[in-house]
Design a binder for this molecule. Sequence first.
Ligand SMILES: [Zn+2]
Length: 181
Amino acid sequence: MGRISTYKVELKGMQSSEASYNWMADNDFFQLIEGEEVQKGKVSVDLNVHKKDNLYLLDFSLSGSITVLCDRCLDEMSWPIDTTGNLKVRLGDDFADDGDVIVVPENDGTINVAWYIYEFIALAIPLKHAHMPGKCNKEMMGKLSSHTAADPSDEDDERAAGNGTDPRWDGLKDLLNENDE
Ligand SMILES: [Zn+2]
């Protein structure tokens, strides 16, 4: 996964009970992650790790912007991101992430937070996101409405026309047939 290892956080080897990290989740990050919802963006990620007894508390704060597709015109639009997220992690035998606490193998002692960062960003996108009224890409809207207006039977007609039911072609066929006779 290449540079995704940048997002590895040392837990077992923490030198004190606190640690902090900062990353910039940019276009390269989103390309590496290959998530469905977000492919582009620039989000600053701050992480504070706090060790408390056997638990590692990871607090993320994320701010910046991402590129999403508008619900109405499907054109790209910038969406601000300003969100937080947290993880509770402990060391154990095998990796497990099935609820409240994530378990990472003690013999590794690190957690890669790249996918969690992506999830916090993706979760911050509201279900509906569209340009302000009147700000949609008119060209895209035009293409979409002409596309949705055409029902499948219309497409069949067009295809049939290509196969020679167009009256002009029928006329030509008649001429050709006459030549054959
Ligand atoms: Zn739009």
